[in-house]
Design a protein around this ligand. Sequence first.
Ligand SMILES: O=C1C[C@@](O)(C(=O)O)C[C@@H](O)[C@@H]1O
Length: 804
Amino acid sequence: MAPPKNERAFEANSSIVLVGCRGAGKRTLGFMGALHLRRRLVTEEHYFEKTTGLSRGEYLARHGREAFARQDIEVFKRMLDSNRTGCIIECGMSSLTGEAQDALRQYSSTNPVVYIHREKEQIARHLDAADLQQLLKADERHRSCSNFEYYNLYDPPNKSGGHISGTSSGASTPLNGRQSGPSKLLSAREDFTRFLDIVTGRGATKAWLESPFSVSSVPPEFRSYSYALRLRLSYLMDMDLEWEDFEARGDCVEFIIDHWPDDLMNVIARQIALIRRKLGIPIIYHVEENPRGERRRTPEEKDAMDADLLELGLRLGVDYISLDLQRHDEFVNRVLRHRGRSKIIGNFWYMGFGALAWQDDRQMENYKRAQGLGCEVVRMVRFCTNDSPAELLEGFKKRLQQEVPDPKPPLVAYDFSVLGVRTPLQSRILNPVKHPDMENERDHLATVSTYYHSYELLFRQFLLDPLQFYVLGSHVSYSLSPAMHSAAYDFCGMPHTFQDVTCSTIDRLNQICLSDSFGGASLTAPFKVAIMPHLKVKSHHATAIGAVNVLLPLRGKTSAILDHANSRNKAGPAREFFGDNTDWSSILTCLRRAISPRNFVQPSKTTGLVVGAGGMARAAIYALIQLGCRNIFIYNRTAPNANQVAQHFNDWAATQGIVGTKGGSHEICRVLPSLSEPWPRAYQPPTMVISCVPATSANGSAPADFEMPLDWLRSPTGGVVVELAYEPLVTPLVAQMHAVRDHMSPSWVVVDGLEVVAEMAIEAFELMTGRMAPKRLMKEVCRKTWEQQQQQQRQGSEMAMSSY
Ligand SMILES: O=C1C[C@@](O)(C(=O)O)C[C@@H](O)[C@@H]1O
């Protein structure tokens, strides 16, 4: 049976329309979205004024209500019509009228129309109490004229200094109690830009092209092993764990709607937004047929309500929709027609006694039907007593391999009993798992296994191998990486080890890397640049920067990258290696997290300053370029080295068509020859400063002791200072910025070296193992280990003093 046509497959460049009530945050999101997608922002208000020469208020006052209404709808339609591609369109109050909604409904057959809504209390802050109820009621009508929905979760200013936000965790509190203070609206920006990547379909492709070994570039159904963390709505509404506790507990979340609280649609939208913000992993959206506490429904009632609930999942742009293929064709077809970019998991669940046996031909027919309908994954699950030996399922999988033509959608298949899934490894992908501390007596399917146990079992059954990982370089005995990575292995049930090995020759590095049990290495000086000519495969970023700090063995049996990615955590000979750079991405994450909305990068204005000219300075420059900064200054004590780095990036930028925004030469990097130079008057003072020089003496040279000349510190909107050194943690620059913040300008944010180094280890762990890192844990271990090292050093020097 051929699948019905997908009616929500839009061209990637189609303009995206934002509708919703006042106070929902459309303007801010529109602005962020336009920057992210590099599109033009069209606002209804501005368009009206541009078209009629009058503001809406003026027009109303001058021409009266009726003429205004006529003009308003006409301008509204013209705005949509003349901006069909390449824009983000923010609708104002007009979208509350019936005629405008009809126009939107029609527009939504070719373009994404996103209904933006949020917590009522947040909207109430922008409205009179009298208007509120009426407006909120009218606002719900936006659902019927849109085809996407975005819940704009409140983004509170960070008080504790430690929150998880999507793929990257927030800042922890530095030891002196000062916080770097992640920027307000950071999570909103991350959430919304990720949502837009889903709507436009550019997310996965981008991740894959840029860093094919990153966790997000291999979808869970294509990993060698993957696990779905089951989270029920009934549990989430009243959970006794914190969101942070769910970090790195599954490759994706299966969100199960098993309960219908009041205001169900909005509750679901909010929970999806929370899962995205807090865990940042793909979501499988599953609607349970018999929700708890509800009366038995007729089949017609079931179909109508469940189709609406599934439709909501599609509108929210979830990654996977779990679709029961045993439901009526009409029901199945409606979901398939509206699937958009969500992947379909075609389900055949046999829940009661008398489930079809694996050897029954109808099972094979079921699989083929799902394949014919274009399902991206097929999930076949059987309830059994205890009469189903493992060989039967294995036999089914073998038969399927032989009988069904390619391309075959990945299969999830397992038996479960009243005690849960019978053995956790029946299915290779999307096995159900639970959190170890989660009490949920209703969830038979997940009562047995946790992510930790399932993974540990893979190693115990020799499906995966214990490996050795390293940090390699000439000064690594101080490295915090071994403690962070080891803690993460323990957390994840991986028997790997991570050691620091001091070495400085390529021969020695080779010796280590050629071992069959070599898992990967973090590289530091002198290898970051020296290794480049020895690597056959490098990420696009590493090539641009000219430096590598993460090395992975390539053990795939074919040359396909996916095959190599799926050979991680396995031993064996490796003749080729892959190099990536997480220095730049960690700096970028820290900058993004700390930069205030007032200082969001504007290519034509924003200025960045990088101090230093080594490998890390290169990564910092690249991070600034990736953020959109086109005016970058380099200061280094030895100016010729800075000239060389500037030259490298100016040459590279020219090949990419990236140009500076000021001066005749269009160069993006310039060198500041001395600290006594005044800040060049043609440029704004920097709002992003990244210091990449040691604060203690290294290799016999004097410590850099860098501080910002006061003339360079005149940004009226403050900015961010990222200090990469953490020996000592309060470097002269950090101390200076704390003083500036206390006495001159509180809008400077300081990111210390431990925050960046923890981020580097987190990203390296994910590349090396292919699994999400337990970020909060790694950050805690980073600070604790550093404190212990400091204490040991203090004790050491006290002992040395007393022996005099
Ligand atoms: O600079 C750093 C920190 C590091 O050297 C460490 O010790 O953790 C590891 C390197 O890969 C990274 O580039």
